[in-house]
Ligand binder design. Structure first.
Ligand SMILES: N[C@@H](CCC(=O)N[C@@H](CS)C(=O)NCC(=O)O)C(=O)O
Ligand SMILES: *[C@@H]1O[C@H](CO)[C@@H](O)[C@H](O)[C@H]1NC(C)=O
Length: 221
């Protein structure tokens, strides 16, 4: 059967980029549909009536929602090429634990680095760096979170790195200075073609962030 794959997405989304990375790892061809988030398409509202959020993967007319669930789905459906989750149940559980940790902690802390100022900004930066350091210790001396090869947890985290430039510029700090081990991991990830080709240009993310800051009236002086 011919595969019909549609991705409802938004260019700067770290959640959407996870799906793009996973599809690229598997070499799956798909149709990318950019959503106007203030004016969502009927297809998005029908496909994700619960959360009404991107990304949504529509595979042969059947929608799958929530980025990490989509990445797992992709790994199971296109299982012949480039496995993302570890094969051992315990390691799979660990990878899921840390991906869940990223979702529960990192997004909110990261957001503070470019939407807050003053004390809230300082607290946000501290929190953000602490979370990255926690992730650094999980990485340890491995090349990737997945071990020798780029895997599920690498997918979950690497899309945030397209935002690192924005966090640093807006927050006035250097991630590399605090987290050299993680920065070396970022470099290794970007050497993989399907990763670097799937991540959006950090300067585009920054332009988008500046627009949002203007709308919210955040001081950009
Ligand atoms: N937990 C979700 C988060 C997805 C999410 O936050 N998507 C945002 C864009 S980055 C969205 O669609 N926002 C539109 C809205 O909330 O109205 C996932 O992992 O897929
Ligand atoms: C919202 O989307 C619809 C359909 O895609 C389009 O026809 C309409 O002009 C859009 N409205 C705004 C305010 O952008």
């Amino acid at each position: 059967m011919a595969e019909k794959v549609i991705l409802l997405d938004f260019f700067a989304s770290m959640f959407g980029m996870r799906v793009r990375v996973a599809l690229a790892a598997k070499g799956v061809e798909y149709e990318f549909r950019e959503e106007d988030l203030p004016n969502k398409s009927q297809l998005l509202l029908q496909s994700n009536p619960i959360h009404k959020k991107i990304p949504v993967l529509i595979h042969n007319d059947k929608p799958v929602c929530e980025s990490l669930i989509i990445v797992e789905y992709i790994d199971e459906v296109w299982n012949q090429k480039y496995p993302l989750l570890p094969s051992h149940p315990y390691q799979r559980a660990q990878a899921r634990f840390w991906a869940d940790y990223i979702d529960k902690k990192l997004y909110d802390a990261a957001r503070k680095t470019w939407t807050k100022s003053g004390e809230e900004l300082e607290a946000g930066k501290k929190e953000f760096v602490e979370i990255l350091k926690q992730l650094e210790s999980e990485l340890g001396d491995k090349a990737f979170f997945g071990g020798e090869s780029f895997g599920f947890l690498d997918v979950a985290l690497v899309t945030y790195t397209a935002w690192f430039h924005t966090y640093e510029k807006c927050g006035g700090f250097s991630i590399g200075e605090h987290c050299p081990t993680l920065s070396a991991w970022v470099k290794r990830c970007l050497e993989i073609d399907f990763v670097s080709n799937s991540l959006i240009d950090p300067t585009k993310v920054y332009e988008f962030a500046l627009k949002i800051r203007k709308v919210f009236g955040i001081d950009t002086s």
